[in-house]
Design a protein around this ligand. Structure first.
Ligand code: 9D3
Length: 433
């Protein structure tokens, strides 16, 4: 494998390639690294490689001609420009790059390079992560190091390159070596001991412990990785059951206090479909209760009647189960009082609205933020859905959280309460797609 680094700072790149695995591979001739300096392809007295940006702005830009000449000199092998605007580097891409015989790694300095260099002479742009470096050289070194590990003969016989499917799914388990007991330098009382299981000689138990450790630290440090991880049956038993927020969440369909199109406070009429479609959504997402809120006694009776009809008609049927979640209450305050009595703590009351500026006194939360917060707080969640033109915010001071409105790309967000409710529940409790 051959690497050519195009850089105006060869003195930054070269010493980094003399030690360790890469240094030894270079000495053995398993890999070859050379640098080419665009400054050697200038013709003016000052050997100028940069110039001011057209259109103004801070800093300097690398001139195209010396850079193009340097890249041309490097060969027509696969050419990578290291750039903060590149595609993020992954282990999967490293493994693919390792299949190529020669990589040209072009490093920018200053604010970057003239865009026409990229159009003329670059095959792909790669970033090594979301932080700001002062140039591409460290990125080139990262690629050389990571790619070299895949070149046959670079790693010793005993060390194998991490299998991508493995390294991408879980973080590593903690490692220990001698001594068995290490006195802490931070705490005079403490002696740090190697976990006893590792010296037990029970290889199956050690493997299980390591797997559990790997899963536990991935859950804490890299929830993004854990979300893509497919646990085995044994892993499922090992994994702490996630805190289930849905089973202490209640939905309330509020018919009063709501507003009409003019902002006047009104009481809306119950609709059959709302009662039973939202009951089914509540059931599908594992909620604890669905409360139909109306101060009108006959309307509450109607809600109970709709629920009971379905339950009697179709006991054992899926719909019947869902309608068991249905409860009627005369006010939001009554629902709050009931939940407080049942759960032993007052619910966190969440407002919803089609308007972005609703419930200005409440903390605005995205669905994942609300769930993350609820995992830490054992109180029940009560989500309020308005009818008519929405909830009469000023009459519901108990709302301390508000969810962002549901919006598609069309900018038209007049959903039915049943649709909005279903989307909200999926955002909160649906499995990631
Ligand atoms: C003004 C905007 N900045 C872009 C985020 C300017 C800028 C910052 C850093 C321009 C060039 C650079 C130099 N960085 C690299 O050359 C670089 C880099 C990086 O900064 N982060 C992650 N990966 C890479 S690869 C090359």
């Amino acid at each position: 494998m051959k690497f050519t680094v195009v850089t105006i700072l060869p003195e930054l790149v070269e010493p980094a390639l003399t030690a360790g695995v890469v240094g030894r591979a270079r000495e053995a001739g398993t890999i070859a690294v050379t640098t080419i300096n665009p400054r050697d392809f200038t013709s003016d007295r000052h050997r100028t490689v940069d110039d001011t940006p057209y259109g103004g702005g801070p800093g300097m830009v690398m001139k195209p001609e010396p850079l193009l000449a340097a890249i041309a000199h490097a060969s027509t092998a696969h050419r990578i420009y290291l750039s903060p605007a590149g595609k993020p580097l992954t282990q999967a891409r490293i493994r693919e790059l390792a299949q190529l015989p020669h990589l040209v790694l072009v490093c920018g300095r200053y604010e970057g390079v003239d865009e026409r260099v990229i159009e003329e002479a670059i095959d792909e742009e790669i970033s090594i992560g979301d932080y700001v470096l002062s140039g591409g050289e460290l990125g080139a070194l990262v690629i050389i190091d990571a790619v070299s590990r895949y070149v046959p003969g670079v790693l010793g016989e005993s060390t194998s390159v991490d299998d991508e499917s493995h390294s991408a799914s879980l973080l590593e388990y903690p490692q220990y070596t001698r001594p068995l007991k290490l006195p802490s330098t931070r705490d005079g009382e403490l002696v740090r001991e190697v976990p006893a299981i590792l010296t037990s000689g029970n290889h199956a138990a050690i493997a299980a412990w390591r797997r559990e450790q790997a899963i536990a630290r991935t859950a804490v440090r890299r929830p993004d990785l854990l979300a893509r991880f497919t646990p085995t049956v044994a892993d499922r038993k090992r994994m702490a059951r996630p805190v289930d927020v849905g089973s202490r969440t209640h939905l309330a369909l509020v018919h009063h206090p709501c507003v009409d199109r003019t902002g006047k406070v009104i009481t809306t009429a119950l609709t059959n479909f709302d009662v039973h479609d939202l009951a089914r959504s509540s059931m599908a997402y594992g909620l604890a209760g669905y409360h139909v809120v109306t101060p009108v006694t006959s309307q509450r009776d109607k809600a109970a009647h709709i629920a009971s009809l379905w339950m009697e008609d179709a006991s054992g049927e899926h719909r019947a189960q869902a309608l068991r979640l249905v409860r009627a209450a005369d006010s939001v305050e009554t629902v709050i009082a009931n939940l407080t009595a049942e759960h032993g703590s007052a619910p966190v009351v969440v407002g919803t609205s089609a308007r972005a500026d609703a419930f200005s006194g409440a903390i605005r939360r995205t669905a994942p933020e609300l769930v993350a917060e609820a995992r830490e707080n054992p109180a029940p969640l009560l989500i309020l859905l308005g009818t008519g033109w929405g909830l009469a915010e000023h009459l519901i001071p108990s709302v301390t959280r508000v969810l962002a409105p549901i919006e598609g790309a069309a900018g038209w967000n007049h959903l039915s309460v049943r649709s909005a409710g279903a989307v909200i529940l999926d955002r909160l409790f649906g499995r990631p797609t």
